[in-house]
Design a protein around this ligand. Structure first.
Ligand SMILES: *Cc1c(COP(=O)(O)O)cnc(C)c1O
Length: 392
């Protein structure tokens, strides 16, 4: 089946949907049984997709998990109340006191904070590594290294990792590979086909696609799925049926949305490349981007997220840039239908294994589904405010 058809049909088995097109929203804590034998059957099968107790999920959850597995390729998919919970849930499923974790230096900042605070307090040691390390990761593996965590492209700076090279080394040392695959969504990069063991999505982003739900997923291959599922249950992670319904609904249009985000972004990039204020544009589709060769090799497309490194500028000038935009709203997250802007004045503060070579501020844009001409005009006005402030 081609991908566009898969997106429309994934997870929509009649056993979940009944007579409707979409799976119903089934809200439940208690699942009621008529006979002791039914109760016993559900108890025996409670780790599988059988109604047992609300925390284990209803058909709404089962249909969505199935859809993610069909699209991303895992053997099973656990649901979490947000992406950050999927990350903590996946890490806690496989790490214990005394273990060593290799974490990419360009990781989403809250993941770094989790390692530096909670995991450290649990006696789990983290070493950060250069996202471009590739097979060189071998030198960092210790006898107690349990997990190598990747995020590709990396947060804010978007370096693309050589996932197959890292996975090959990890396999040879019996180390589990975990990937935060949020940037790619389940469509643009196939984690399990590239050797990843556990793949994480902040479904909050492109899967939900409408900026109105927090949701996370963690999928695993056959080998690691039972342990991931059990840990997610023991930790008490579950997601609301209403939120899962909205994610399943958003998923049906992810293909056309991503294609449009990508097309709009190409037009905005062409404009930005002419701006003299920019030292560097960070987007994996650009030929000079770190990891572009791996991006071309392993990804089937790109999305609407990009960062700009400005040649110079201070907090005041950046404030003038981001305040007063018409379409780019200021705020965290991305992956919805709308354009967004955020900024970072000190990128080195969230990097420890690598040296960030630029002094200027970084502005991150999410290119939404507005008309690119309007977005470009909005950016032109922002640069004018920025320049006027610098000059004053
Ligand atoms: C947003 C994000 C998360 C966290 O997801 P939430 O749903 O906001 O908790 C994790 N990883 C990446 C790469 C993200 O962009």
């Amino acid at each position: 089946m081609k991908i566009a058809s898969k997106i429309v049909h994934a997870g929509r088995d009649k056993k979940w949907t009944g007579y409707s097109v979409n799976v119903p929203v089934v809200r439940a804590s208690t699942v009621v049984f008529d006979t002791v034998s039914e109760l016993k059957h559900a108890t025996a099968k409670r780790g599988e997709q059988v109604p047992y107790y609300g925390r284990r999920g209803t058909q709404t959850h089962f249909a969505f998990s199935d859809a993610i597995c069909e699209l991303e390729g895992g053997a099973g998919c656990a649901l979490y109340p947000c992406g950050a919970a999927a990350i903590s849930g996946a890490l806690l499923a496989f790490l214990q006191s005394g273990d060593h974790l290799l974490m990419v230096d360009t990781v989403y900042e809250p993941t770094r904070a989790l390692c530096d605070k909670l995991l450290k307090n649990l006696g789990i040691e983290t070493t950060y590594y250069d996202p471009l390390i590739g097979a060189g990761i071998k030198a960092l593996i210790r006898p107690n290294t349990k997990v190598i965590f990747l995020e590709s492209p990396g947060s804010i700076t978007m370096e693309v990792q050589d996932v197959p090279a890292i996975c090959a080394v990890a396999k040879a040392h019996n180390v589990l590979v975990m990937l935060d695959n949020t940037w790619a969504s389940p469509l643009l990069f196939k984690p399990f086909a590239h050797g990843v063991d556990v793949s994480i999505q902040a479904a909050t982003k492109y899967i939900v696609g409408h900026s109105d739900v927090m949701l996370g997923t963690a999928s695993a291959n056959e080998k690691y799925w039972p342990q991931l599922r059990e840990a997610s249950y023991l930790l008490g992670y579950c997601a609301s049926a209403d939120d899962v319904y909205l994610a399943a609904r958003g998923l049906r249009t992810i293909g056309v949305r991503l294609a449009q985000h990508q097309q709009n972004t190409a037009q905005v990039l062409a404009y930005l490349q002419q701006r003299p204020e920019i030292a560097r544009i960070l987007h994996p589709s650009l030929p000079d981007h770190p990891g572009h060769a791996e991006f071309k090799r392993d990804f089937s497309g790109s999305n609407g997220l990009l960062s700009l490194v400005l040649k110079n500028g201070d907090a005041k000038a950046v404030t003038a840039f981001v305040e007063g935009m018409q379409f780019f709203k200021m705020g965290f997250s991305w992956g919805g239908y709308e354009s967004l802007v955020t900024f970072n004045l000190n990128l080195q503060s969230i990097r420890t294994a690598t040296v960030w070579p630029y002094a200027g501020p970084v502005v991150r844009l999410h290119i939404g589904l507005e008309d690119p001409a309007d977005l470009i005009a909005d950016l032109a006005a922002a640069f004018e405010r920025f320049n006027n402030t610098l000059a004053s």
